[in-house]
Design a protein around this ligand. Structure first.
Ligand SMILES: [Zn+2]
Length: 348
């Protein structure tokens, strides 16, 4: 009797444990599912971009955009929409880009068709629009720039057009080829995530777009380098291997804002060293890179998105910042023509 009672008690205890376990784990499972649902909603951002738009396609679409905004034409084109439409048609591969495809799209828009209707059945239009906006949205818009009038006086002129600059100052020569993805041997095995612009040591380096200095200082690979984040947070511009002893323009610090076209530093050959201020690069050049950021978790992770900027450099050759030696003692250079951008968040 005693043994039987003990047995029943044991069974009851074990059963209660099982029931409690089932209740606790279902509560846990319910909450973790609810949570992961929340997370997947939060984490619905672009994870990868291959930027294969050719400079030719950028030139043609930007021309349509700029000319339509500077004339009283009824249809205003948005070059990013035009490029996203073409990408949705060609799968993001512009190798076989045909101007006739763009002409046909333009004729439809001229005839009063709406972009939203034309793209409503395009599965990837929204993806390309968001991806290309992240790359290009700082490149065209309203700005004021200093120009010289007939009396050689400097006056500000309001314009709509390309407001991003080539990273090499005007009147300084450079050469480059599409070297994105080439293998690199210094350090660990890795690929080249930018474009090398070969030039002379001391060539003034120009901020492509306005933004906030996020990194300034020594980095084992990049040497003296500067990293600038666009105001919308989507683009991180990386300029590396700057000049030994005098890498940066006067007075620059992390957290400061710079304007598109400002001198930010000088071309050099520093890097490939854990020790600071060492020239370990064989050929003087600027390493220029652009990282896209759709979510802050993509920074400093294996999920970084660096795009091929070769075609962007080709496109930006049309807009270069002229400089002059503004300090003969320190031999620093400054931009010749001031620039004010609409919605500029800088405070200087
Ligand atoms: Zn490089």
């Amino acid at each position: 009797m005693f043994i039987k009672c003990l047995k029943i008690n044991k069974t009851i205890i074990i059963l209660s444990f099982i029931i409690i376990f089932i209740i606790v784990s279902s509560i846990f499972l319910f909450f973790s599912f609810a949570n992961s649902d929340d997370n997947s909603e939060d984490k619905n951002y672009i994870k990868w971009v291959d930027f294969n738009v050719t400079s030719e396609a950028m030139k043609l679409t930007s021309k349509l955009d700029i000319e339509s905004h500077n004339s009283n034409s009824e249809v205003k084109y948005n070059w990013i929409e035009l490029l996203a439409y073409l990408a949705a048609q060609n799968g993001g591969n512009f190798d076989n880009f045909k101007k006739s495809n763009l002409d046909y799209l333009v004729s439809q828009l001229e005839n009063g068709e709406k972009m939203s209707d034309l793209t409503s059945n395009m599965k990837f239009y929204d993806y390309y629009y968001e991806a290309y906006s992240a790359v290009l949205s700082g490149f065209i818009g309203n700005y004021s720039i200093e120009v010289e009038n007939a009396e050689n006086e400097k006056i500000m002129e309001n314009r709509y057009g390309v407001k991003a600059f080539l990273p090499i100052a005007k009147n300084y020569s450079f050469s480059h080829y599409d070297d994105f993805g080439n293998s690199r041997s210094y350090g660990f095995k890795r690929v080249h995530l930018g474009n090398d612009l070969m030039g002379s040591i001391g060539t003034p380096i120009i901020a492509v777009e306005s933004g906030i200095i996020e990194h300034l200082g020594w980095n084992q690979y990049g040497g003296w380098r500067i990293g600038i984040r666009s105001f919308d947070g989507k683009r991180y511009y990386y300029y590396a291997h700057l000049r030994k002893n005098h890498p940066y323009a006067e007075g620059l610090e992390e957290g400061m804002t710079v304007k598109a076209g400002d001198v930010i530093g000088y071309l050099g050959m520093t890097g490939y060293s854990t020790k600071e201020n060492v020239n370990n690069i064989n050929v003087p050049h600027l390493h220029f890179g652009m990282q896209l950021i759709f979510d802050e978790s993509q920074i400093d992770s294996p999920n970084e998105i660096w795009i091929d900027v070769y075609q962007i450099i080709e496109f930006l050759k049309q807009n270069r910042s002229e400089v002059y030696q503004s300090n003969t003692e320190t031999k620093d250079y400054s931009r010749k023509y001031d620039f004010i951008e609409e919605n500029f968040e800088g405070g200087d």
